[in-house]
Write a protein that binds this ligand. Structure first.
Ligand code: SF4
Length: 317
């Protein structure tokens, strides 16, 4: 007979077949593992896969998860399925706070985990784990119902390893309350002050983009009967009314047509010389005379106020 731990009492032989000895943790964990109740909650396309996982084909009852409840007060599993926008993250955190402990969070799909295909979107949160403690991540776009079940099993395995002595929710000082996100410059409400702040942020960004982007003379082709200057726009759409292109010592100049707008990432060519032609939509014909003669002469763009926007030196043939 195996030696008993110190202080343990032996179970009499005649009742051994009627007694089950186990740990409190096993009972505690088994109860929670097989009665996880997810919340009826979805954000985007991933939610459809969650719905499919709830059909008879996948039989969530096997995991004790078929009771999908419509109230956070009755749930202990928050499945974040879909794109989390900055507007929606506020109610998501509120719902989480309304769930009783112990509670678990599964991040389903690329969007909930890191923003997914919309990561660079102005309105998208790049991961729900920036706000909530996530227990299991399910990869995919969208994850299949099988992948979701695998995530549930991973969560069950995690729950089975917890101990009632160390879980945080029985500590005296533990609240588990997550602060509701404060609406920042990008997360805006409809209050007048919020809208004013959003407009200010938008205006500042537009001005910064306008300052960063500009028109440049990228190339100067001076050989052959058709000479041309290539001008590129790396900034916002630019109205070139009143703008000029000068050559040589600035003694010759070409005025861009009134109302001519060069769009972002577009380019324009200004042709000169006896073979000057304008084959593309943005192309302009300056003159039938050659204008690039002397090495060191510069092609220069001047804006309507006469400020130099860009300059390019002629290197000679
Ligand atoms: S991860 Fe893919 S399927 Fe899921 S919500 Fe995002 S875009 Fe839709």
């Amino acid at each position: 007979m195996a030696e008993l731990p110190q202080g343990a009492a032996a179970v009499p032989e005649d009742v051994q077949s009627n007694v089950l000895l186990t740990t409190i943790d096993w009972i505690y964990n088994t109860g929670r593992t097989f009665s996880l109740w997810p919340m009826t909650f979805g954000l985007a396309c991933c939610a459809i896969e969650f719905i499919v996982a709830g059909t008879a084909r996948y039989d969530l009852s096997r995991f004790g998860m078929e009771v999908i409840r419509p109230s956070p007060r009755q749930c202990d599993l928050l499945l974040v399925s879909g794109t989390v926008t900055k507007k929606m993250v506020v109610p998501i955190v509120r719902l989480y706070n309304q769930m009783a402990e112990p509670r678990y969070v599964v991040s389903m799909g690329a969007c909930a985990t890191g923003g997914g295909p919309f990561k660079e979107g102005y309105n998208v949160v790049s991961g729900i784990d920036k706000f909530l403690p996530v227990d299991v991540y399910v990869p995919g776009c969208p994850p299949t119902p099988e992948a979701l079940l695998n995530g549930f099993i991973a969560l069950q395995q995690k729950i089975k390893k917890q101990s009632v002595r160390t879980v945080p929710w029985y500590r005296k000082d533990y609240t588990g309350e997550i602060p509701i996100p404060v609406l920042g410059p990008d997360i805006f409400g409809t209050a007048p002050d919020d809208m004013k702040r959003v407009r200010e942020v938008g205006l500042n960004r537009t001005m910064a983009a306008r300052a960063a982007g500009k028109l440049t003379i990228a190339e100067l082709h001076y050989q052959g009967a058709d000479e041309y200057v290539v001008i590129r726009n790396s900034g916002l759409a630019q109205d070139m009314t009143g703008w000029r292109l000068t050559s040589g010592q600035g003694d010759q100049s070409y005025a861009f047509p009134a109302g001519f707008v060069l769009m972002p990432d577009a380019e324009l060519r200004v042709h000169s010389g006896p073979g000057a032609a304008a084959p593309a939509a943005n192309d302009q014909v300056w003159t039938r005379q050659p204008v690039w003669h002397n090495e060191g002469d510069a092609a220069t763009i001047l804006d309507a106020d006469g400020n130099v926007v860009s300059s390019f030196s002629y290197k000679g043939s």
